[in-house]
Structure formats: C-alpha cells, structure tokens
Design a protein. Sequence first.
Length: 426
Amino acid sequence: MSKVDVLLGLQWGDEGKGKIVDVLAPKYDVVARFQGGPNAGHTLEFDGIKHVLHQIPSGIFRETTRNVIGNGVVLDAVIFKAEIEKLAKFNLNVKKNLFISKKATLILPTHRLLDAAYEKAKGENKIGSTLKGIGPTYQDKIGRQGLRVGDILSADFKDRLKRLTDVHFKILKDHDVTYNWAELEAQFLDAVQFLKEFNLIESEYFLNRELKAGSSILAEGAQGALLDIDFGSYPFVTSSNTVTAGACTGLGIAPRHIGEVYGIFKAYSTRVGGGPFPTELLDTDGEAMRKEGNEFGSTTGRARRCGWIDLPSLKYSIMINGVTQLLMMKADVLSIFPTIKVCTHYELKDGSVTDMIPYEIVHEKISPVYTEIKGWGTDLRQSKENFPAELNDYIKLLETELNVPITLVSTGPDRTQTIHRSLVTV
C-alpha cells in the first residue's frame, strides 16, 4: 500500500502552497484538499498567466492528476461555480478529474452574513476574518445542524435548507442585518444545480481504494499551522485543523498511511488579520518587503503584515506536524536587503529568553532576539543551482537551527523558478 504525502504551510498562511502543489503534482496520481474553504487563496503562475484557486485543489492544471475536495473542506457552491467558469477557457477536463466529498459541509449565503455580523460585533477585538462564512459554517458542523454536499441530492433538500436558514434569520435579526434573501437563495440554488453535475463521492472510500491500488496521493492543506484552531494563536486563528493530523480527519486516511510531510515557509514572515506577530516590521524595511514580495492577499486583497523569519514558531510547527522536508519560498524577495535578521529566541515580559511559543503570546509583549547575517544582493529570479555564498549560508543556518533539510528553494512566482536541492541529513 502506498503513502499519503502531506503539504502544508508552517507560518500564518500565504506561504506559496499553490505553486508547490502545481510543481509536485506530476509526481502524484491524486491531489486532495483536506480542510478550509474559499478563505484560501492558492496562487499558481505559469506560461505568463497567474491563477488563483480558492476551493479547487492545485493539481487541477495537470491533465493526469485527479483532484479531490475532501470531507474536511467547507464548500461554497456559488464561489465554486465561479471558479469553474473561470477555468473554462483553459479547456481542462474538470468534470473528469475533480471529485467532491459528499461529506464536505456547505457554506450557505447566510453563513457569510453571519460572519460579517459576528466580526462587526467584536469591534476593536475583531480577528480579521475573510468574511467568507468559514467560522459560522464550521460552527454549524460542530453543532450538528450543518448541511453537506450529499444533502443536495435529497428530495427534501429545500426543506432542510429552510430549517437551517430560519435559525440563521433569527440571529441576523438580532444583529440588525439587512439582506435580500430571495436574490441570495436563487443564486445559491442555481449553484447547487451546477454542483450536481460533478462527481460527488464517498471520498474516504475513493482515497483508500487509491492507496490500496498503489496510487500516489498528495494532501493539500490551506492556511498555515500557526492558524490551526487548536495550536495557533487562538482566537486569531482559522476554524479548522490545518496541521498534518487534519489530513487524516479531513480525508479519512489512517495515520499509518502518512508518508512525507512537506513544510512550506517563506524566507521571511507574513500575516494577515489580527493576532501576535513578534518579528513584524512597522518601518520602511517592512514596507519594502511588502512591495518586493507583492504581499497582498489573493483572497481579500488586504496588505499583509511583514517581518523577519521567526525560528521559534517554525520549530513549533515542525514539531507538531512531523515535517520531513522543508520548502523555502520567496528567497528572491530578501535580495533587496544588505543585512538579514533571523529571530532565534523570544524575550518574555519577565526578561527570560526562550525558543518556545509561550501560551501568553496573545496577551503579553514578546520581543524577538535576532542574529544577523550578510545579504546576498543578487537577483535570484534568473538563478539556477549556483546560489550566492550568502544564500547558502542562510540555508545552512536555517537547516542547523531547524534540524530538517531544505529540499526546495523558490526564486520567483513561476513554476520554472523552483530549485530542487538534494535530500540530505542534517
């Protein structure tokens, strides 16, 4: 029986998972998304065209790769329909190569309205939600009242929809939210009819049959490990398990079937929305990093907060995910800096120093402790395997500190700007 390799982000999301799934997809028979929803923005760039996927797995552009939207995903049928229509001009055989779990939970239009209402009610304490209805949908899932993809095949689906939306209407009334339900419902039901045209499957059986047949499977995560509902900087997190364990529950794969765990990280750090960010740069360096890296959300367009790389948080993510290989993204962005800082430890409020993430990180001031190295000052976008000595020094420092090999370095947004390094033991 083959293994399921897992690819996930080790920071606060936006690490470049879409590009890497696209690069790795030819090695795999199946690519499967295991959590999150349209709050994800996986960007792929090739042949001079930039693509942004939100719910569809990033292997969709590879003709021989089958793509699965797993049970752990929350699916917005309206956004799904728009995504598919946007792909039409590329002549992809989507209906052949895309499979959707019947157990994936549906995002309703009222979930998006609730998301906005809840965020507004938080006032200054808002968490920075993407307002895509993710939290309220997972809330209904855990509350055992959500609707799932398989429900759209039932004769009484509209009755089930009415029962749940009636609950939502009462809450929205309390929040004094105005909306045109007739218009929203018509758009949603049209998208549901469109969704019925696809392969709606019992994905756990599908994936386990593929494993038994020897197929290679890549599990694609969304967001990042530091946004995990259990292990992230709660409450400034997403509403699902973004870690390796989430691939098991989000796809129906037993833990013993997990193989390689690819951990993706930027050569620096970014974060969108609220929450702690010890290495954040609120100066000209931070602005230069944002501009050079084009750090604006692919889902929301929001400017990302930028800062130096944070090793305590990376060590934490590596530990809880069992990372076996590290993939470093956007090394080219740091080319503009003569000196590069690396956060190796945190100084806590009481003056003590640690390389662990303290529970208090959300509520107390955490100061980064830096080491500095010389920058490489070279345009890496045309670079092949002969990296500048300073970049090799940076890679060596990270491998030594993190104790995991960096086997891939991205030097630009295009799929061709990807350097594979030998798998070595550190």
